[in-house]
Design a protein around this ligand. Sequence first.
Ligand code: HEM
Length: 215
Amino acid sequence: MSLSGIFLMVFIAVHLGLNLLLIFDDSGDLFNQGAHFMATNPLIKIMEPILGLGFVIHIIWSFFLEYENWKARPVKYAKKNMSGASTWASRNMLILGALVLVFLVIHIIDFFVKMKFTGHPLLEETVVGGVHMENAYALVSGAFINSTVLCILYIIGGILLGLHLSHGFWSSFQTLGLNNKFWIKRWQVIAQIYAWIVAVGFAVIPLYFMFGLYK
Ligand code: HEM
């Protein structure tokens, strides 16, 4: 669970970095170059099914662990542990993860399926630095510009993911045994910083288009 989680957290950091190019270059050239690199680089192509597998393992394992916990204690504690060690996110990891999954399914249908399989009129070819490529920028920016509902969904998606990671990040390292007195506080602080960057970073992109800042 923790290894698949760490693998997914690395992907999320890379994905966020690439997506932020959407708001740092309004011509779309930088984002298109990044998306083209990701779509054509042989190493990334090998990583894609591994990433899919990472998600599947992470999701199936989370349900399995929840079932094992339930089997061990089918009747819940009468009083919840409200101590400092237990946060709202840590007590609701499964529901947060399930909501992120709902977001992810919508997201994959929205962009990935169009870019990889069905195509879309907005994706028509563009040329950047003499190289022909899909206009991924037109597809993504167009989707946000044309739908406030979609923007709100992505803002909520970013916040849910941030909350999920605020516990998941340090919990992964704790599971791997890096939970001695010296490290535990440090991992918790790093987890909060990472979670905030993810939540704010992903939410800023739809907000940028929603408020017309690209003009
Ligand atoms: C502002 C927010 C986001 C934007 C603009 C965005 C954009 C994109 C785009 C354009 C693709 C298709 C890439 C391709 O097929 O080459 C994609 C794929 C994907 N996104 Fe996102 N994304 C966002 C948030 C997220 C979040 C929060 C997650 C994780 C929960 C996520 C997970 C994925 C996954 C797993 C794929 C498929 C694998 C891949 O193509 O790299 N995305 N995203």
